[in-house]
Design a protein around this ligand. Structure first.
Ligand code: SF4
Ligand code: SF4
Length: 131
């Protein structure tokens, strides 16, 4: 059976996976093991303010159900890379740890370039990229 790809930048909701935490300088650090957001964790995380500002979440790529789907690929990651081409990306020899890389839609499409920019993004960046 085809394994579904994962979107690396989704909202916090029950069933999503917590994959990263914001650290200094507004950069997200990715967890070695992701944490399933169950109803209890969702209630805790949404009790204060938008968790997407402080954490990164992943869920199954919706493909045709997502406004960023082009018909064959995710159009969001390309726009992100285009928008940040002026930034100095961190191109470490070693990829940052990430619990969803094997199934990540962005890594599947763009390889390590996606991982260079991914830690710099909050969900608001994705929302700004209207198709
Ligand atoms: S098409 Fe892109 S933005 Fe949309 S759910 Fe899939 S990976 Fe995420
Ligand atoms: S783009 Fe790279 S760092 Fe971001 S979620 Fe995908 S595999 Fe992980």
């Amino acid at each position: 059976m085809k394994e579904l790809k994962m979107c690396p930048i989704t909202k916090c909701e029950p069933g999503a996976k917590l994959i990263g935490v914001k650290i200094d300088n507004d950069v997200f650090d990715f967890l070695k093991e992701n944490i399933m957001v169950d109803e209890d964790l969702f209630d805790v995380m949404t009790a204060v303010s938008n968790p997407e500002k402080r954490f990164r979440f992943s869920n199954v790529c919706l493909e045709t159900g997502c406004k960023h789907w082009t018909g064959a690929a995710c159009g969001c990651v390309g726009k992100v890379l285009k928008n940040v081409e002026d930034l100095t990306l961190k191109k470490d020899a070693i990829l940052p740890q990430c619990s969803i890389r094997e199934r990540c839609r962005w890594f599947y499409q763009e390889g390590r370039m996606a991982c260079d920019v991914c830690p710099l993004l909050a969900i608001k960046d994705k929302d700004l990229l209207e198709v």
